[in-house]
Design a protein around this ligand. Structure first.
Ligand code: AMP
Ligand code: MG
Length: 533
């Protein structure tokens, strides 16, 4: 691929606003309210005292045609914190609703996100620019519309790390300090503190969520529901435009479902836990969206959730993500049902998706294990491994990466020594655990021998493309936050650069591939995150 030609000034960005062709809120004033019969409200970003760039994403900037000189100019921070509008930018906030923790929550909307417009890139792609934390909107309810450095840094780093891992995601162009302080009670326990305010400029072909459709359906705004669905098809699923009527909406829903499945499989593959999979946080394009109390499983624990608000129910735990995605898809299906008029087609798509999920899950795991062919016993081999990984606290990333480095003759040797490094508390392994683990390795070794004993090197290369060496472990992000809070952005930059090549060996960065340090086991910001951001 050749790089996109670079622009000589921000003024050369080609900006359109297709979304504004949808019905608008007629009220211009910016105060909290229910916005009915409309898809968005126009709103101006807030004035900040002293916007200052903290970081930007060079690969995304290049896709947009922005040179390093443009990104390092002070004007970049003014524009991407909403202080200066470029020609064509017409800021607005979208209306949406959603199911939060299993319950209908009514109107939510862009309470602290302001869209600036859609950039048409050199390749003809359309990418919406959205500022998170740029001030209140009619959808802010009783909150301030702002965001803090801590959570914004997490969103910036993780969006770009996920993109480099090949996980579908919204992107992050920039991270800017506003120069203003924001008060947050991080654990909702009566200890509010003043934190540095920040804005992330997010980028995606569309920020439409399941909740946009749910809101219109709940309000019986059928015409609006249809207009929005047609808008989505035209803007992002243009290959379905030749279909009409219910065929179009069914095909559209089928594709949304398939993309959602794809995203979830990637999350399971890399060990990502979103943390708050409410239906307002589910993208119509199957992109990971709204990085809040997310986390990475260090030890492979299907029941782990980083979100303290979910600490009791574990609704959004690592292993529940496929079921919750399906649950959300049912909510979307309910919402668009009026466009189709019968439930049969939608139900069929979802039943098929469930079957497809099971097939694809084992396919993904077989690839992680480096199995080139499929054998009948693979399913139980994989099931047993999942059990074992949970039985002995095992670092997921290290385990799979190390597995690829074993020679097939080595399997079956007592606790195949290099893998010991992936265990957190080997002393806790019972004799039965050890026996089960050794038994599994023996089986796996035999399985590989049957496959092709000479494939060790090729298998390693293939496995390294599916099993990252470096992920944004919670403790790594936390250390970058602590430094950045003191005005030192070097750790943020180091992590950003490292995570651009998550599958590559980077010998000088070996310490970033290490297991979670013990201090991070129960630390706020590492294993305990809240929605306060
Ligand atoms: P989230 O849990 O971050 O997905 O947010 C759920 C809803 O709360 C969305 O409508 C957000 O826009 C809104 N929200 C979250 N934080 C704020 C804030 N600081 N100010 C205004 N709205 C917010
Ligand atoms: Mg959200």
């Amino acid at each position: 691929m050749t790089a996109a030609p670079l622009l000589s000034s921000l003024d050369e960005l080609r900006i359109t606003n297709r979304y504004l062709s949808l019905p608008a809120d007629p009220i211009a004033d910016n105060y909290t309210r229910q916005v009915k019969g409309a898809c968005y409200s126009r709103v101006a970003p807030r004035r900040f005292s002293a916007p200052q760039r903290v970081a930007y994403s060079p690969p995304l900037a290049a896709d947009l045609g922005l040179s390093e000189a443009i990104c390092r100019d002070p004007r970049f921070s003014r524009v991407f914190s909403g202080q200066e509008l470029l020609p064509g930018m017409e800021p607005y906030a979208c209306s949406y609703g959603g199911h939060q923790f299993g319950h209908w929550a009514g109107q939510l909307g862009d309470g602290r996100a302001i869209n600036l417009g859609e950039v048409i890139t050199a390749t003809g792609a359309s990418l919406t620019l959205q500022l998170k934390g740029a001030g209140p909107t009619p959808y802010s309810r009783n909150a301030d519309g702002l965001a803090v450095l801590r959570s914004s840094l997490r969103e910036f780093l993780c969006s770009e790390a996920m993109a480099a891992l090949g996980v579908p995601t919204t992107r992050a162009l920039s991270l800017t300090l506003t120069g203003d302080r924001v008060v947050r009670d991080m654990l909702y326990d009566g200890h509010p503190e003043s934190e540095a305010g920040a804005v992330v400029c997010r980028v995606a072909p569309s920020f439409l969520r399941f909740g946009n459709f749910e809101l219109h359906a709940r309000r019986d705004e059928r015409a609006l529901l249809q207009q929005l669905a047609d808008f989505s098809v035209t803007a992002d699923f243009a290959h379905l435009l030749s279909l009409t009527g219910k065929e179009r909406y069914l095909a559209w829903f089928e594709e949304i479902s398939a993309r959602t499945l794809e995203m979830i499989l990637h999350w399971l593959r890399v060990g990502f836990v979103h943390g708050v999979m409410n239906s307002d946080n589910m993208s119509i394009l199957g992109l990971t969206i709204d990085y809040g109390p997310y986390g990475w499983v260090d030890d492979f624990d299907l029941d782990w959730t980083p979100n303290t608000t979910d600490g009791e129910l574990h609704r959004y735990a690592f292993g529940r993500q496929p079921a919750i995605a399906l649950w959300n898809l049912y909510k979307l299906a309910n919402a668009i049902y009026p466009l189709i008029g019968s439930a049969g087609g939608l139900e069929q798509i979802l039943r098929q998706l469930e079957r497809e999920y099971h097939r694809r899950f084992y396919e993904m795991m077989a690839q992680k294990l480096g199995l080139a062919r499929r054998e009948k016993g693979d399913l139980s081999l994989i099931d047993e491994l999942v059990q074992l990984l949970g039985r002995a606290e095992t670092d997921m990333t290290l385990f799979f990466r190390t597995l690829s480095r074993l020679q097939s003759e080595a399997y079956g040797q007592p606790l195949t020594s290099p893998l010991r490094a992936a265990w957190y508390q080997p002393q806790q392994l019972s004799a039965a655990d050890v026996e089960a683990i050794e038994g599994w390795f023996q089986q796996f070794g035999q399985r590989l021998q049957r496959e092709d004993p000479g494939r060790d090197e090729l298998r390693r290369q293939e496995m390294d493309r599916d099993n990252p060496k470096y992920v944004l472990r919670n403790s790594l992000a936390q250390q970058a936050i602590e430094r950045a809070t003191d005005g030192d952005y070097s750790e943020l930059e180091r992590l950003f650069t490292l995570l651009q090549h998550p599958y590559a060996e980077q010998p000088e960065m070996e310490q970033y591939a290490a297991k979670r340090p013990e201090w991070a086991r129960h630390k706020v910001g590492c294993s305990m995150l809240s929605c306060s951001s």
